[in-house]
Design a protein around this ligand. Structure first.
Ligand code: GAP
Length: 463
């Protein structure tokens, strides 16, 4: 943006910035109103904890996934895969999910509330129902979180398959396929994005915990003995990823696990300050050689890696990074949300709501706003929208005052607004307004795509 030819003038001033972590209700209603996230099957009263991503949400979710995917796979040591949701049922025996992937469940016999015994404070401290306070409770019983279904026409025990509760097992069972087909040497990783399903006892907090969700997981296979070094490297890399995409440092913290799973050598959560407090966004785990050893045992296949140069064989250790796409989507919304009091040149105050997304995450990159609906302008503005749509996700808006249209774009986080006015007819130039600085700049139409591309790329240095 340094080499833009025209002068910059400020027409809207930010007088006072109120920056706050939005509460969930505000985000749920903004999401519905503007088309980010809708309740699933809403016209039928909705389905518990299931959500649909709307016109803007689906665009933004693709952006979240692309950011993660590029960070993982545009490296010389990580390949991507897209494994099936349904897997051989023995996978889940080997992984421990059939026997151990369960939460302790308690029912209140009075108000019929069902809750998890292991993370409900009032139960843990006073053995009472979190809803009505009753002590008339059932015994704790283990509830397996995997969704079961049947493959083929017979619904018998031989046809049972599970909807995967994590994408990671697709990486382990494809370890040899990926290593041999890509001819990568250890250390190397396998990354994937895909749907996972967990029959959670207490889903909630909007898209934070749902029964159907998307995971972005990467398994990094390393030589035993180097695992601690790679665990620390991945911790740092994942933190840098969040900072790069605009999440504020103070919204993030690492929380080491107090209790480790029997196979884990180290585990830490990246926690984000969600409206309900700091909670897990991502897990980073040193899983030792547990997964590959289990699959070798249950499949009868040798999953050892042979290092030709050193003439050594070993079962690799795995460093795992696992983040929920939906949870990261929510974190981006929470962190980007702000309300600002602005003053125009005459001193009139206004509050604008802004989703100050990193431009790679913002669903719409540029909006085209003709100053009037008159054909003189729309016959320039409509082809201009098509010109921009070749390179960017674009919106066209000609309804109401220009100020209202700016606010509508601020609220969905659009980095640039382009105004076509009556001068455009003569000078073939448009006014480009920057979301965060609220500066305006005259740019020739023929240079516009390049100007917007450079502005999006250099956003951090220009804000
Ligand atoms: N393979 C390891 C694994 O799945 P996890 O901590 O159970 O680890 C990883 O899950 C991430 O997936 C979590 O940090 C969270 O972001 C996301 N996740 C897990 N359960 C979820 C749910 N019910 N709803 C939304 N996201 C979930």
């Amino acid at each position: 943006m340094e080499n833009t030819p025209e002068k910059t003038e400020k027409t809207e001033k930010t007088e006072k910035v109120i920056r706050r972590l939005a509460d969930l209700n505000t985000l749920v209603s903004l999401s519905k109103r503007r088309g980010f996230v809708f309740q699933s099957s809403e016209i039928y009263g909705g389905l518990g904890s299931c959500w649909d991503y709307g016109p803007l949400g689906s665009l933004m979710k693709l952006n979240v996934k692309r950011a993660w995917w590029n960070a993982m796979t545009r490296r010389s040591d990580i390949v991507g895969i897209d494994a099936a949701i349904l897997m051989h049922p023995t996978v889940w025996k080997a992984s421990g999910h059939v026997d151990g992937f369960s939460d302790p469940l308690v029912d209140c016999k009075d108000c019929k509330t069902r809750f998890r015994a292991d993370n409900t404070d009032s139960y843990l401290t006073k053995k009472q129902c979190p809803n009505c306070g009753s002590k008339n409770l059932s015994e704790e019983r283990q509830f397996n979180l995997m969704f079961k279904t049947h493959m083929g026409p017979l619904e018998d025990s031989a046809s049972v398959v599970y909807l995967r509760p994590e994408t990671a097992q697709g990486h382990f069972v494809n370890f040899m396929n990926c290593q041999q087909s890509s001819r990568y040497k250890i250390p190397f990783g396998i990354a994937a994005i895909g749907k996972s399903f967990r029959n959670e006892i207490t889903p909630g907090n909007f898209i934070f915990r749902t029964r159907e969700f998307e995971q972005m997981e990467m398994q990094y296979f390393v030589k035993p003995g180097t695992d601690e070094k790679f665990f620390n490297e991945w911790k740092e890399r994942r933190l840098q990823f969040y900072l790069k995409y605009g999440i504020r440092q103070e919204s993030l913290r690492f929380k080491p696990h107090d209790k480790l799973a029997h196979y884990a050598r180290a585990a830490v959560d990246v926690e984000f300050n969600f409206p309900m407090g700091f909670s897990e966004l991502e897990g980073i785990h040193n899983r030792s050689d547990f997964d590959l050893s289990q699959h070798a045992k249950f499949s009868g296949k040798n999953l050892e890696y042979f290092n030709e140069a050193e003439k050594e064989k070993y079962v690799p250790y795995v460093i795992e990074t696992a983040v929920g796409c939906d949870r990261l989507f929510l974190a981006f919304m929470c962190d980007a949300y702000r309300e600002e009091v602005t003053k125009d040149e005459k001193g009139a105050e206004d509050v604008r709501t802004v989703l100050a997304f990193h431009p790679d995450i913002a669903p719409i990159k540029v909006a085209v706003l003709p100053l009037s609906k008159k054909e003189d302008l729309t016959k320039i503005a409509e082809p201009l929208r098509d010109q921009l749509a070749e390179d960017f996700d674009t919106q066209y808006d000609e309804a109401q005052s220009i100020g209202k249209r700016y606010r509508r774009q601020d609220e969905i986080g659009t980095p640039f607004c382009v105004t076509v006015d009556f001068d455009t007819i003569n000078d073939q130039a448009v006014t480009v307004r920057h979301r965060d600085k609220m500066t305006q700049q005259r740019v020739p139409i023929k240079e516009l795509n390049g100007y917007i591309a450079a502005g999006l790329k250099n956003w951090n240095s220009t804000t």
